[in-house]
Write a protein that binds this ligand. Structure first.
Ligand code: ADP
Ligand code: UDP
Length: 244
């Protein structure tokens, strides 16, 4: 693992503890110190486990993927790795939407439509979910977002969708070259102090469906959701494939 070499700001108090990460304020108001936890949750937190090493795998996987997106000219919050399980990111004001991009039918899209998991979509699609633990992250239609909850304008929805699709093109190609099919994934965006839309949160096997191209083997959180076993091995393999 290659950690950042520039001098680090001072780590200060805990800002937020979520299900997968801890966020700390730093001496630089523009930067946040993130620590990835070993906790694994599914079904709105109803299923929970601790998996030794998961935080370290996810921290490094997200660092590689976001670092690559930065190099491709896309705005992400990733600044540098601090340690195996910590990274420094830009402090964003998060948009409370989960932006899901899908290339292949799986999970809730299969349940909602009755279309078999594994069916390839004619073109990638984008869905928006309301980031609300109390409500169980419901699927929203555009008018729920613009006219009822007023979380974003139609133009911002379009900006989020275009950003999601652009990230999908780069990520799908990157994974494909490493023998992995990117089935679907969830993104979270925020605004930086200049108002730019920036990709935040994480890109990891917790937030993506990744299938081995040769065998179809699942290499993501579905191994935990569906009790398929070898969860840590799958995350380790993803880290190996992305080449950290
Ligand atoms: P959850 O909140 O769903 O339990 P996490 O444990 O992953 O999930 O918590 C991370 C929290 O930090 C999320 O609420 C996410 O929206 C937020 N977040 C992610 N990246 C940033 C960032 N760069 N700046 C501020 N908040 C962020
Ligand atoms: N996803 C996520 N967090 C969520 C919901 C979904 O990271 O709160 C990811 C999930 O890992 C998958 C994609 O978004 O890669 C689509 O998930 P889906 O709607 O199929 O959800 P499921 O009900 O199967 O978890």
């Amino acid at each position: 693992m290659e950690v950042g070499t520039t001098s680090l700001p001072e780590k200060q108090e805990l800002l937020y503890e979520g299900k997968a990460k801890l966020l700390y304020r730093t001496s630089d108001p523009e930067l946040v110190w993130v620590e990835f936890k070993d906790d694994l949750t599914a079904f709105d937190g109803k299923k929970h486990a601790t998996l030794e090493g998961k935080g370290a795998f996810n921290n490094q996987i997200s660092a590689v993927l976001m670092g690559m997106l930065n190099q491709e000219g896309m705005r992400t919050h990733f600044v540098q790795l601090i340690s195996e399980r910590e990274q420094l990111v830009r402090h964003l004001k998060m948009v409370p939407l989960e932006v899901v991009v899908r290339n292949i039918v799986a999970g809730s899209l299969s349940r909602r439509t009755g279309i078999a998991e594994g069916t390839i979509l004619e073109e990638p699609i984008v869905e928006f979910y309301y980031k609300s633990d109390e409500l169980g992250d419901p699927l929203l239609c555009h008018q729920h977002i613009t006219k009822v909850l007023r979380l974003a304008t139609q133009e911002e929805i379009e900006e989020l969708a275009q950003a999601g699709l652009a990230i999908n093109r780069v990520l799908s190609h990157f994974f494909d070259q490493r023998g992995v099919t990117l089935v679907d994934f969830k993104l979270e965006f925020g605004r930086d102090s200049q108002g730019n839309l920036v990709l935040g949160d994480e890109i990891t096997p917790d937030t993506c469906r990744l299938w081995d191209k040769a065998t179809g083997t699942k290499m993501d959180k579905d191994r935990f959701r569906r009790d398929l076993g070898n969860v840590a091995e799958a995350y380790a393999e993803v880290l190996k494939r992305v080449g950290a």
